[in-house]
Write a protein that binds this ligand. Structure first.
Ligand SMILES: Cc1ncc(COP(=O)(O)O)c(C=O)c1O
Length: 384
């Protein structure tokens, strides 16, 4: 991996800023917005954690065994493994190794995309609400971030985004399925949209929740069915279906030229010696992935059943979390759950009466509904 000293120091600076700045201002919103709430506050202890869209069951047995087996390499830098894992991921997706960039979680890839394509005088366009990390990185890079509300179907308002795009729009962030709504934007609409963008606009398509999409003719991954377009950067993570959020690995698939451009900004050796061999085992474990996706679908159905029994209607979910309207200030609902030792998702400014609930294990979800039933708010006013 070649990296200039100047770029290396720059990327360290951006990373340090990202780590420290858990909160940042959003125009039109009085209070600062949290990336993930209180990442620096203690969250362990007796809390039930339904707030970060993790895989509550952890990695598959094969992957767990690989983690144990990898302990002996913890004293070594994973230099050689970086190359072999890049090749493994490239082979898995049927692309060239030069098209793959690894990162310390897909969060690092989002930061790197912002460093590579944004800066003063350049603008990011994203949806609202969405996963705000890239907005934070855009602002850190000195860019403006424009947020366009989701359509009433919870798909992206692509016409609205197009209307805001101009020659300074160098990056667009599409999260599909979208966090926090878990909703899909149809593939054909995205293709048309990308085709109409200015030639200098790059598009990040964040497929963190790809494996949880319900069978749907309107969805296709941009890795599995790539566009012949150098401006498209697709991101994936091992944090969700693979259950490896704590081991921090994500990657981008893009054109060799774009990967080279982004590589200048990755942190030197941002991977660890445990995750490199483990990720290869996870990719090979197709059974583990389909079991996790099926279990998630079952848990999601059970959530919908429980919601329906309470005459609640969550947004149709294609992910491992659900969002629903409580018709009550979300911050108060979140606080009530927290006071009862359950962490649910942070407030999202554009949806201030909605809560986002990550799916947990069955006993954790039973606890969630038990506390829900004790909420001291009038439930009659909730939308049916
Ligand atoms: C849409 C989306 N993208 C990226 C990430 C970052 O994931 P990681 O850095 O663990 O790969 C998350 C985390 O929740 C997410 O929801």
């Amino acid at each position: 991996m070649t990296i200039s000293r100047r770029n290396f120091l720059r990327s360290l600076g951006a990373g340090a800023a990202a780590g420290a700045a858990t909160y940042w201002p959003v125009p039109g919103v009085a209070k600062p917005v949290a990336l993930e709430p209180s990442r620096t506050e203690p969250q362990t202890g007796s809390f039930i954690r339904l707030n970060s869209n993790e895989n509550a069951y952890g990695p598959s047995p094969k992957v767990a065994a690989a983690i144990v087996a990898a302990v002996g390499s913890a004293n070594r830098y994973p230099f050689a493994e970086y190359k072999s894992l890049t090749e493994r991921i490239a082979g898995f997706h049927n692309v060239k190794p030069e098209q793959v960039l690894l990162g310390c979680g897909s969060s690092e890839i989002l930061r790197v995309a912002a460093c590579a394509f944004l800066g003063a005088g350049k603008q990011l366009i994203q949806a609202s609400p969405t996963f705000e990390a890239i907005e934070h990185y855009a602002r850190t890079a000195g860019s403006e971030a424009i947020s366009v509300r989701l359509a009433s179907s919870y798909a992206y308002d692509l016409d609205g985004m197009l209307a805001r795009a101009n020659a300074t729009t160098t990056l667009i962030y599409i999260c599909n399925p979208n966090n926090p709504t878990a909703s899909l934007t149809p593939r054909k609409d995205l293709e048309t949209f990308i085709g109409k963008l200015p030639a200098s606009t790059f598009v990040v398509i964040d497929e963190a929740y790809h494996h949880f999409v319900n069978r749907s003719g309107s969805y296709a991954s941009f890795i599995d069915r790539p566009l012949d377009d150098e401006r498209v950067i697709v991101t994936r993570t091992f944090s969700k279906v693979y259950g490896l959020a704590g081991l921090r690995l994500g990657y981008a698939v893009a054109s060799p030229k774009v990967v080279e451009q982004m590589r200048n900004f990755v942190t030197e050796v941002s991977l660890n010696a445990i995750v490199t061999p483990v990720a290869a085992v996870a990719l090979d474990d197709a059974g583990g992935v389909s079991d996790a996706a099926q279990r998630n679908a079952d848990d999601r159905q059970e959530f919908c059943n429980q919601a329906s029994a309470r005459r609640l209607r969550p947004i149709d979910s294609h992910a491992n979390f659900l969002m629903m309207n409580t018709s009550h200030p979300a911050e108060e609902v979140i606080r009530y759950f927290r006071n009862n030792n359950i962490l649910i998702g942070r407030p999202f400014p554009a949806k201030d009466t909605y809560i986002r609930v990550s799916l947990g294990r069955p006993e954790e979800m039973r606890a969630f509904w038990r506390i829900w039933d004790t909420l001291p708010f009038p439930k009659d006013s909730m939308p049916h």
